[in-house]
Design a protein around this ligand. Sequence first.
Ligand SMILES: NC(=O)c1ccc[n+]([C@@H]2O[C@H](COP(=O)([O-])OP(=O)(O)OC[C@H]3O[C@@H](n4cnc5c(N)ncnc54)[C@H](O)[C@@H]3O)[C@@H](O)[C@H]2O)c1
Length: 346
Amino acid sequence: MKRIIINTPDSLSAILIGARWEAVTKLLPQNGVAVLTDNNLYKLYGERFPGYPVIIIKPGEESKQLSMIEKLAGELMKKGIDRTGFILAIGGGVVCDVAGFLASVYLRGIKCGYVSTSLLSQVDASTGGKTGVNLGMIKNVIGTFSQPEFVICDTTMLRTLPEDEYMSGLAELIKTGLIGDKTIIDTLENNYPAIISRDRDLLADLVYRSVRFKAGVVAKDEKESGLRRILNFGHTFGHAVELHQGVKHGFAVAAGMELATLFSYSKSFIKKEECERIIGLLKKYNLTKDFKMSAGKVRKLILHDKKKAGDEIHFVFIAGIGKAKVNKLPVDEIVDFYRHCKSTNM
Ligand SMILES: NC(=O)c1ccc[n+]([C@@H]2O[C@H](COP(=O)([O-])OP(=O)(O)OC[C@H]3O[C@@H](n4cnc5c(N)ncnc54)[C@H](O)[C@@H]3O)[C@@H](O)[C@H]2O)c1
C-alpha cells in the first residue's frame, strides 16, 4: 500500500493506493457516520459495507444536482448526523463529488472520506478537493474546494467497472502522463495486454504516479489560480464534446487531447514524432473518435465554459511528452484551428 499526503494551507488529506477498501472501518469514527453510495456499488459491494446507515443515490450525472444536496441533507438530519458526523462516500466521481460537496456545506462543514471505485475517480476526481454539482447541463458550476480526510483507491474494485467506464478512465490517465509524468505514457505504450486485463498491481502503480503528480500540483495551487490549470489539458474542446454529444468524460477529454496535441504541433511546441506518438497511443486504446460538430457550435459551447475570462481562454498545450504549457488565447483562435482540422481532415 502506498500513501500520498496532500498538504494544503488548511488541511491534510491522505490518499491510500493499493489498500483493501474493507479496511476503511479502521479510519472511521465509531459513531455519527453515514455512507453515501449509488445503486450499482451497493448491489456489488453493499454486503461488505461497514455497519453504518447507508444512503443510496441513482448512478450518473442526474444525481449531481443542488436539489439532491437538499434531499441528502434532510436524510442526514433524519439519521441524526450532527457537527461531529462523518460522510463516507463509496463510489465513482459522481458519488465523491456529491458527498464532498454535501460534507462541506452540511452544518457548515463536517468531515468526509472516499472509497474511490472508478478508474476516473482514482486517477483524477477524488484527488484535489474539488467538489460540486451541475447547473442544468453545465458541469460542476456549484461547488467548493474541500479536502476529504482520506481517499482509498483499491484497484481490485476496478474489475467490476463496465468496459466503457474503464476506457474513459484510461483517457484521464493518459492526460496525466502527457502533462506531467512521461513514465505513465511509457507504461501504457508497453503493457497493453496487462492494462486491458486490468492487472491490479500495474494499475495501482499507475494510479499512484497519477495521484502523486496531481497532489504535487494541488499542493502548489489548490484553488486553480495558476499551475493547476494544466490539469485541464484536453478539457476546453472536451467539455464542448461532452455537452454536445453526451459522451463519457474520458472520451470527450481524449478528443480534446487529440485536438490540443495537433494544436501544440502546429505551434511548434512539440516535434512531429511526439505528435505522432501521442495520437498513436490514443488510437491504440481506441480513444480517437470523430465527433461531428460545427465550428459555430464548438464556439458557443466553449464560450459557456466557466473557466473562460471574457472572450479569452487559458488553453493548455503540451511542450513535450510529460510537460504542459498554458497560453491565454482568444476563443476564436481555437475555433479557427478546429475549423482548419475539420477542413483538412487532420
Ligand atoms: N472533483 C474533481 O476534481 C473531478 C475531476 C474529474 C471528474 N470529476 C467528476 O467525476 C464524475 C465522473 O466520474 P466517474 O467516471 O467515476 O462517474 P460515476 O461516478 O458516474 O461512475 C461511472 C459508473 O460506473 C459505476 N461504477 C463506479 N465504480 C464501479 C465499480 N468499481 N464497479 C462497477 N461499477 C462501478 C457507477 O455506478 C456509474 O454507473 C463527473 O461528474 C465529473 O465531473 C470530478
